[in-house]
Write a protein that binds this ligand. Structure first.
Ligand SMILES: [Cu+2]
Length: 456
């Protein structure tokens, strides 16, 4: 990426305010009033998009796009985003995977008050780790993420990575019908099972696109699962692909193999050797095509495989003195008494406790308290028939082992816990605060599968 954020902003400032008229003028990109105070001005606003040809879908967008504008920052540098809410309801932004101070974490009533319509909030934090991250609201998540409020945040390495080319692919299924109208983001009987899936796949907001890649080059593909529900079984048959990073953290490069299961919220970075010009490579979710990668002629000298990416500065847990804690993820199947009054269903529990998204006091009852700078091993036990991508805010953890598969230990912020799987993960509790610990199947999170973990 050769363009700096300030150059980008200078470009945007030259455009001034962009708006369009459809039931009143709705602005989504604005001129930063003062580039000395922020690098991006990010507006959330309604935006009609054409997901189904010939039909409009009333999406919600960040920076005039759904999925949202790709934000970029350099490792170790400060990212300053003035977030402006032009939606008709309150929202926040959570920066998934970024190890940041609690007051920048975007959790309503814990990190900050919700940003009301017409208000703005200045997010300002250092990005300590290089990798592929993303951002989304932590309010009314089923609908807000479902309508498109999800976007990539790319933290570039301090030094060149060795990749000359890269692409970001934001994966999302949309809850729309054949006329592009939204369907229910959450259906109780689905929430109690695997989550409510959308039916229309998209990559960067387009159904089944063709993406051109330069022949002969090794291209870095950043694949982000920004979906509410679906675990993608990613396949890239007929091409040489190596895994360089998982969920924002480098791994020793290894072949992608037949498939990789990418749960909601998770990311994978691949190096892909682009074959000779004219070849088409399907990017598939199991048997279903998500996109076509098309090789086009390139005058560049052929690229070579870059070395492993530099590890991020995450504290190494000392397993010999780590304290063990157990977390059970269970199906509860109870329907809360408040449902008839419009309250949330309660289908899921962590250690016997269901989170109630309507009860602001839940954050006052953390399910675990960790000592600052203490070392911990979490045993994550899935006692259900559905998989759960388990995400922790504020800190990254190291996946150690699983009773269902062989693990090469790696750092992550989200672990896809398979059905009836038990996995061990470890961390140093080096970030004080109260941190959300939840399943990233939004339906599960909103029907109980969330908790708070305190670090003091
Ligand atoms: Cu789940």
């Amino acid at each position: 990426m050769s363009v700096t954020r300030r150059q980008l902003l200078a470009g945007l400032a030259g455009l001034g305010v962009i708006g369009f008229s459809a039931g009143g003028v709705r602005y989504w990109l604005g001129r930063p009033e003062d580039v000395a105070t922020h690098d991006y001005e990010l507006i959330a606003a309604p935006l009609d998009v054409e997901l189904v040809p010939g039909f409009k879908t009333p999406a919600w967008a960040y920076g005039g796009q759904a999925p949202g504008l790709e934000l970029r920052c350099r490792q170790g540098e400060r990212l300053r985003v003035r977030f402006i809410n032009r939606l008709s309801e309150a929202t926040t932004i959570h920066w998934h995977g970024i190890r940041l101070p609690l007051e920048m974490d975007g959790v309503p009533y814990l990190s900050q008050l919700p940003v009301l319509p017409g208000e703005y909030f200045d997010y300002d934090f250092i990005c300590p780790d290089a990798g592929s991250f993303w951002y989304h609201p932590h309010t009314a998540s089923g609908e807000q993420l479902g309508r498109g409020l999800v976007g990539p945040l790319i933290v570039e390495e301090r030094a060149p990575s060795g990749f000359r080319h890269e692409r970001t692919l934001s994966l999302k299924h949309w809850h729309v019908d054949k006329q592009g109208a939204f369907t229910a983001f959450s259906v109780p009987r689905e929430a109690a099972r695997g989550g409510t899936p959308g039916l229309l796949s998209s990559v960067n907001g387009t159904h089944n696109p063709t993406l051109e890649l330069p022949a002969g080059q090794v291209v870095r593909l950043r694949l982000l699962n920004l979906d509410n529900t679906l675990t993608y079984r990613l396949m890239l048959p007929g091409v040489e692909a190596r895994i360089y990073a998982l969920d924002g953290n480098p791994v020793e490069p290894r072949p992608l193999g037949k498939e990789y299961w990418l749960g909601p919220g998770m990311r994978i970075e691949l190096g892909v050797r682009v074959p000779e010009a004219g070849r088409e490579i399907p990017l598939r979710n199991g048997p279903l095509r998500l996109a076509t990668l098309k090789s086009v002629a390139s005058s560049e000298t052929p690229g070579s495989w870059p070395p492993a990416l530099q590890a991020n500065p995450i504290a190494e847990p000392d397993l010999s003195r780590a304290e063990k804690m157990r977390f059970n993820f269970e199906w509860a199947g109870a329907v809360s008494v408040g449902v008839e009054q419009g309250g949330a269903h309660s289908f899921w529990q962590i250690n016997g406790q269901a989170w109630d998204i309507d009860d602001k006091s839940c954050v006052e009852r953390p399910i675990a308290t960790l000592n600052k700078d203490g070392h911990y091993i979490f045993e994550l036990r899935n006692l259900s028939q559905y998989q759960h991508p388990i995400h922790l805010h504020g800190m990254s953890f190291k996946v150690l082992s699983s009773n269902r598969k062989t693990i090469t230990p790696y750092f992550t912020d989200t672990y896809l816990l398979g059905k009836n799987e038990t996995a061990q993960v470890a961390l140093v509790a080096d970030n004080p605060g109260i941190w959300m610990f939840h399943c990233h199947v939004i339906d599960h999170m909103e029907t109980g599968l969330m908790a708070a973990i305190e670090v003091v």
